[in-house]
Design a protein. Structure first.
Lengths: 150, 247, 87
């Protein structure tokens, strides 16, 4: 066990553990935010694990999660638009904190990797992750007008 | 049988199963131990065939016949869905209303769609080198197309998605897998045995002999199957309505 | 060895899976199911099975929620129609 996997253990245990609690209890607006944050917290965890195990190929998992995690949240935002319009979620503080955590992890890993193709891939993943989760949060708090069965 | 008798039979069966499972657990090799008889042989065989990802070598070379079974399970289940979710006589199609989507969400969907699609193709193409392969990449590519439904509306998706074409491609890809296997029979060895293709240089895109070919076939099959599956679900959820007003 | 990491992720999976069973409403179940997909992908990764983890991520993060939510929408529409038509 090295520093990377230790950080991943703490971050995943506390972060994803909190989102599990958030998604299992409370009103719907809290649950959708927790679902969005679970992918935003797991993706940096996967990057840390890839670094900790010394296996750059594992970064593909983080790439797929950064692409499809926000898409999953968009599914809920789109198909629950009616329910969410009555009681929209407002959790920008937590969302930006998690986005900041993702940015810090990506930048630290970039500094360790050094310039090259691997660094470009990391930056792409970071951009997709942070952009995706901010857009997904925006979609949850009123991104879709009341859907008319469309 | 009374409720009580049934409960007793259930308890007896459950206790027996639990006892057998516990007995089996005591005889398992230790977690994370060094003894991997099958793993060592599989790694050795995949290195001999110059495939960097052992899992891909097992799926598409050493155990390629098992993948035929998995592929036909997916094919048959999608076929079943198509039959079950068809439009029946007492249902009509209603044109879906366009959706108002916030501008950042719409832009995000249009930017990420090509990126996710290319990422799906990347995962398929690098199946023999890094984690991934036809199934994973196919699902990613097919999901990417549906960003058009999430970020715009259903009619935009329908314009780029002629379902009939995807159904044909699904069948063609499944055939391609079997035909590649039959090539081995024609060459005088066995079904799905690689006799014709060179193994190439280790850790390059063209390495692995038969693996990239079968990977591509599975990727196309899975992508088309997922598109057809979601098309049926979307038709039912968005377009098809029960005929109202008539008895 | 990475035993603490495996234990943490196993606990995550156990907690999420229990929650997925305990939650009764299909919409909320779909939300828990999507988090369960992420937790399972983490478990497969720490067990050094990235291929399986990638399959889980591909299927569990967007495809399964979409299928479940489309089914829910269809059922709700049908119930809505029934209410609308009832005299």
């Amino acid at each position: 066990m090295n520093g990377w996997t230790l950080t991943a253990t703490v971050a995943l245990g506390a972060g994803v553990g909190a989102t599990v609690w958030g998604v299992a209890t409370g009103p719907l607006r809290r649950r959708v935010v927790a679902q969005n944050l679970s992918s935003a917290l797991a993706c940096p965890g996967l990057l840390l694990l890839a670094q900790g195990y010394g296996r750059p190929a594992y970064i593909d998992l983080a790439l797929v999660l950064a692409l499809l995690g926000p898409v999953g949240t968009l599914v809920f935002a789109r198909l629950l638009a009616d329910d969410l319009a009555e009681d929209p979620p407002h959790a920008w503080g937590v969302t930006f904190a998690v986005a900041g955590y993702g940015a810090v992890v990506v930048l630290v890993l970039c500094a360790v990797t050094g310039p090259g193709r691997a660094m470009v891939k990391l930056l792409v993943i970071g951009a997709l992750l942070i952009g995706g989760n901010l857009v997904a949060s925006r979609a949850l708090s009123g991104g879709f007008a009341r859907s008319r069965r469309g | 049988m009374t409720r009580r008798a049934r409960l007793i039979v259930l308890a007896l069966g459950g206790a027996g199963l639990a006892a057998l499972l516990i007995a089996a657990c005591f005889d398992l090799p230790r977690f994370g131990g060094p003894w991997h008889p099958y793993g060592d042989r599989a790694v050795h065989a995949s290195l001999a065939r110059r495939t960097a990802n052992t899992i891909a070598s097992v799926n598409f070379d050493q155990r390629a016949f098992d993948t035929v079974g998995e592929m036909s399970i997916l094919f048959a289940s999608v076929l079943g869905t198509v039959v079950l979710l068809r439009q029946t006589r007492d249902e009509k199609r209603a044109l879906p209303q366009p959706e108002e989507v916030a501008l950042p969400v719409r832009r995000y969907a249009l930017v990420v769609l090509p990126v996710a699609f290319v990422a799906g193709l990347y995962v398929i193409a690098h199946g023999q080198l890094s984690p991934g392969g036809g199934f994973q990449g196919g699902v990613v590519a097919a999901t990417a197309l549906h960003l058009l439904y999430l970020g715009a509306d259903y009619r935009a998706l329908e314009r780029i998605r002629p379902v009939g074409l995807y159904e044909i491609c699904d069948a063609l890809a499944a055939c391609a897998y079997v035909v590649t296997g039959l090539a081995g029979v024609l060459a005088g060895t066995a079904f799905l045995a690689n006799t014709l293709l060179p193994y190439g240089t280790f850790n390059t895109l063209s390495s692995g002999g038969i693996v990239p070919v079968l990977n591509a076939a599975i990727g196309m099959e899975v992508a088309c199957a997922v598109v057809v599956l979601l098309a049926r679900f979307l038709d039912q959820a968005v377009e098809i309505e029960e005929e109202s007003g008539k008895p | 060895m990475d035993d603490p990491l495996i234990v943490v992720v196993l606990l995550l999976v156990a907690a999420t899976a229990t929650a997925a069973v305990a939650v009764r409403d299909p919409v909320r179940q779909a939300l828990v199911l999507s988090v369960l997909g992420v937790a399972l992908a983490l478990l497969f990764t720490v067990a050094q099975a990235p291929d399986v983890g990638l399959s889980q991520l591909a299927v569990g993060s967007a495809l399964t929620p979409l299928l479940v939510m489309l089914s829910v929408r269809k059922v709700r529409r049908r119930q809505g129609d029934g209410k609308g038509r009832a005299p």
